[in-house]
Design a protein around this ligand. Structure first.
Ligand code: SF4
Ligand code: SF4
Length: 443
């Protein structure tokens, strides 16, 4: 028998183990946790891209706390020990697991070499913490309580459409539905107004959800999967009942939740949601290309763009998968891994480069290598000092490239950067992409 035949025999006769990616079972990720070789590739930006010694890291959690426990490699070992019963939850372990914006940088980095599902493992670890009665953090419990009582994460009884001004035209019935989200509805009304005005300027009729509710992003991110699933079912049913064909968000976190987390929770494909989920970035890119949106008004500023995680490496569509792992860890049938390649990197830049009069300069860490602002997935509420540290580090990068303004496509990034810049007396200004687009439209 030839060596090739022996290898084939081995490949087909090696006992197979089932492979599944349901995040409700940490045991599904034992292989991934066991095969982390602690190379720390998840900490550094791509080696082939490494921009030098200053801005070359990608893990906010591990940069904030030097102990490797805070990096993905540490959390893989903690997860393994928790799953095998060798370690019990403590306050310190919970801090390590939750002081983390789940930004996905480690996931795309690790897949460069090993194809391990690090991001899903981190989510499964939080779900396990909640199942075991240890998680989530008190701040996340408070948000869950707010959502249950007021349908928004801030716990306010104010109107959710307070942002809606008289000059904005909203249709009763339309193919496009704008899902505003708690952060734009309450904390960043300027983003909701700018988005609605962009629809109006493009001549695209849109409606709002009747009694819009929180998307449940923080609940899912905190590991409260049962509550998040109930919200997903309710929200999806509401969109289907509205008859909308396309749901547009202006928030990177809502976008990821609708497009990826809902299908993941319901074990369906993104394509089977029954409607399309897009971000304003995609809408604007298409509208500019079709000539519906005319960016003609010069905007005199030098700006840079922050690739928010939810519209970048975290938004590859979800497809359910079940298979088997055999020889050399290979899995069958073949799996199309989620590597962050569906990020809206190009679409955002198409729009930004079309803004007349403005000078666009790139940050040092961009696209899959972008450094998270540190606010997302309930991090700012539970660990404000980590969110501040991350934003500060990113603002240093903005200053290093000489930009006056940092533009993002997420109200969570927006609030975090703005608060930190104000507290530290930075003269970097913060804008949302919707606000910059609106500034360049003659309305
Ligand atoms: S998680 Fe992946 S990239 Fe990070 S240390 Fe482990 S094997 Fe290396
Ligand atoms: S998700 Fe982001 S912050 Fe968390 S371990 Fe991975 S790179 Fe670090």
């Amino acid at each position: 028998m030839s060596v090739i035949d022996l290898m084939k025999k081995d490949r087909y006769e090696t006992p197979k183990t089932p492979v599944a990616f349901e995040v409700t079972n940490l045991n599904n990720f034992v292989y991934d946790m066991q095969h982390c070789i602690k190379c720390k590739g998840c900490y550094w930006v791509e080696h082939t891209y490494n921009p030098g010694v200053k801005f070359n890291t990608r893990c906010p959690s591990n940069l904030w706390n030097d102990f490797d426990a805070y990096g993905a490699m540490g959390k893989m070992r903690i997860g393994l020990a928790i799953e095998s019963g060798k370690l019990e939850w403590t306050d310190k372990l919970l801090e390590i697991i939750y002081a983390d914006p789940l930004c996905g940088a480690c996931d795309v980095a690790c897949k460069r070499n090993l194809d391990l599902e690090i991001g899903l493992t981190l989510e499964a670890l939080r779900i396990k913490a909640v199942d075991d009665g240890a998680g989530p953090m008190p701040a996340h419990k408070k948000i869950a309580q707010n959502v249950a009582t007021t349908q928004n994460q801030y716990g306010t009884s104010e109107s959710r459409v307070k942002w809606l001004t008289k000059d904005i035209q909203v249709a009763e019935k339309a193919e496009v539905i704008y899902y505003v989200g708690c952060s734009s509805a309450y904390a960043n009304p300027g983003i909701a107004q700018a988005t609605a005005k962009i629809f109006n300027a493009a001549g695209v009729s849109f409606m709002l959800m009747k009694d819009e509710k929180c998307c449940g992003n923080t609940l899912y991110s905190g590991g409260m999967v049962k509550e998040a699933k109930a919200i997903a079912l309710e929200n999806i049913a509401a969109v289907k009942a509205s008859g909308a064909k396309t749901l547009v968000t202006s928030c990177a976190e809502c976008y990821r939740t609708w497009k990826v987390d809902y299908p993941k929770l319901l074990d369906i494909a993104t394509a089977d949601l029954g409607f399309e989920v897009i971000h304003l970035i995609e809408f604007a890119d298409q509208a500019v290309a079709d000539g519906k949106l005319k960016l003609t008004k010069p905007v005199d500023l030098r700006f840079t763009y922050h690739d928010a995680c939810g519209v970048s490496r975290l938004c590859d569509p979800w497809t359910p998968y079940k298979g088997e792992r055999g020889w050399m860890g290979m899995i069958f049938p073949g799996l199309r891994r989620r590597r962050g390649r569906h990020g809206l990197y190009g679409q955002a830049r198409n729009v930004l480069k079309a803004i007349p009069g403005a000078e666009f300069v790139e940050l040092i860490r961009i696209r899959e290598n972008a450094f998270c602002c540190g606010a997302g997935r309930g991090t700012k509420e539970a660990f404000p000092e980590l969110a501040k540290f991350s934003a500060n580090h990113r603002l240093d990068e903005v200053k290093a490239v000489g930009a006056e303004v940092i533009v993002s496509a997420c109200p969570r990034c927006n609030s975090n950067f703005a608060q930190v810049a104000k507290e530290d007396g930075d003269n970097v200004k913060v804008m949302d992409i919707s606000e910059l687009i609106l500034a360049s439209i003659e309305v």
